[in-house]
Write a protein that binds this ligand. Structure first.
Ligand code: 2HG
Ligand code: ZN
Length: 478
């Protein structure tokens, strides 16, 4: 996946100094909400994907939907490109601004607007941090199920724009499932109030779902109505040492067919070793080639006996090596931390990331084929397997050897990446299960989406964003 650096004329940023667009934006937002200092430009112009040089022209910090609308109108008038910006925790360059764009950061739009106790929903501004939304739900004995390692800094608007997934998709679905209403400002500067929190609304195609996962190429999400759930009982968390992929898949089908699972994650031993070394802790289970983390909701002793039986049978068959059941919330959290720290731990190796999925029923043959591809390829590279295997999503990370430059590494990974993408095409899988496309995976989009779909997407962009100012370059291939 190419790390392309888009350059802008050297004087583009300084040329903005006295431009009419800047004057209008300053009149709207005031000096303190239109940032131009080098630190802010570097910080707001990047996300967590490596390889881009952030070069936004300025950072706007609106506080209301109306201000976002005015920013879009000014941008249209002066043909200024906009990059919507949330917590910038993305891994695919969906929120980078490296071509003189104006970053529209939702950080100051983080209020709770209303609570509906009858239908158990809240309406929030899009800049609310995901963990704050989870906390708001908890305070009312409700539950917001979307969760992932970066929920402490990601924002709900960014989660919506990328249709964030995470660890409990197998039980609750992606962000899309929780959003019952949306306010967006599209690239025409129109405010669209979509679905109004309704549970039933059969009035034709639902534009809400066009905007969810659209990575800001149609417009900017400013408010969302989020459907919350009643708080579930504290779950059971187990960590298994597993012999190999067939055993992981057998464990998955045994749990998912007989118990109510919230999450089913896996990781390879080298992932665990690196996390343990960084944390300075010991493994809670005996060493095994792989580990499966299972979280399930227990209805009582019967379910717990069932989970134990699954373990004992697996042990007898020689498929499982060991298991641990968390007996306190602190232990559950410690087990989860092993899984959730992997991405951050691996970032020291500047890995080549794959965020891929196939239908769960096809995982066994797909993994066999990927493993064969990997074995036939560049055997010196270290691979780390992990992910949300319960919903078919694998994050295969390839670690960069220290002595290799970023470009040389990209070149070495490229044949494998192309091979995996072609396999995904064959298996009708996805080249981006949950991280999005951004700048990073545009050239791979066609392995998952047909040309007819991509041209329809372009046509839709032309409707909502006739001047092409909304997050240009993202998602769609050139
Ligand atoms: C995870 O599941 C995240 O930990 C990040 O989606 C995955 O960094 C990655 O490849
Ligand atoms: Zn993930």
């Amino acid at each position: 996946m190419t790390h392309e650096i888009v350059s802008i004329p050297a004087d583009a940023a300084s040329g903005m100094q006295d431009s009419p667009a800047l004057l209008r934006l300053r009149a709207l937002l005031g000096e303190h909400r239109l940032l131009r200092d080098a630190d802010s430009l570097a910080r707001f112009g990047a996300d967590r994907s490596p390889g881009w040089v952030p070069r936004p022209v300025a950072v706007a910090l609106p506080e209301t939907t109306e201000e976002v609308q005015e920013i879009v109108r000014i941008a249209r008038e002066f043909r200024l490109s906009l990059v919507p910006s949330g917590g910038r925790t993305g891994l695919c360059g969906g929120a980078v601004a490296c071509s003189g764009e104006l970053v529209v950061a939702l950080d100051r739009m983080n209020s709770l607007l209303s609570v509906d106790a009858v239908d158990r929903s809240v309406t929030v501004q899009a800049g609310m941090i995901t963990a704050r939304l989870q906390e708001i739900a908890r305070e009312r004995d409700w539950f917001y199920p979307v969760d992932f390692a970066s929920s402490g800094s990601s924002q709900i608007g960014g989660n919506i724009a990328t249709n964030a997934g995470g660890i409990r998709v197998i039980r609750y679905g992606m962000t899309r499932n929780q959003i019952s209403g949306l306010v967006v400002v599209d690239g025409r500067g129109e405010v669209l109030r979509l679905n109004h929190g309704l549970a039933k609304n059969n009035t034709g195609p639902d534009f809400r779902h066009l905007f969810i996962g659209s990575e800001g190429i149609f417009g900017i999400v400013t408010e969302a109505t989020v459907q919350l759930l009643p708080a579930p009982k504290p779950p059971q968390v187990m960590l298994f040492g597993v012999g190999g992929f067939p055993a992981i898949l057998r464990l998955l089908s045994e749990f998912s067919n007989t118990l109510k699972i919230n999450a089913f994650e896996f990781f390879s031993n080298n992932a665990l070793e690196k996390v343990l070394a960084r944390q300075g802790t010991a493994s809670p289970v005996q060493t095994a080639p792989f580990y499966a983390l299972v979280e399930y909701e227990s209805a009582g002793e019967h379910d717990e006996a069932r989970a134990l039986a699954i373990f004992e049978e697996g042990l007898e068959r020689g498929e499982l090596v060991d298991a641990v059941l968390a007996t306190s919330e602190a232990q559950s959290r410690a087990i989860w931390r092993l899984r959730e720290s992997i991405s951050d731990t691996l970032s020291a190796w500047k890995p080549w990331k794959n965020d891929i999925s196939v239908r769960v029923g096809r995982l066994d043959t797909f993994i066999e084929r990927v493993s064969a591809l990997v074995a036939a390829g560049d055997s010196d590279l270290e691979l780390v397997w992990y992910g949300h295997i319960g919903d078919g999503n694998i994050h295969l990370n390839i670690l960069k050897p220290e002595e290799l430059s970023a470009d040389a590494f990209a070149e070495r990974c490229s044949p494998l990446a192309k091979g995996i993408a072609a396999l995904l095409g064959e298996f009708s899988g996805s080249v981006s299960a949950e991280h999005g496309i951004g700048l990073l995976k545009r050239d791979y989009l066609h392995y998952t989406r047909s040309n007819a779909e991509i041209s329809a997407l372009r046509a839709m962009k032309a409707i909502f964003d006739p001047d092409g100012i909304m997050n240009p370059g993202k998602l769609l291939p050139d």
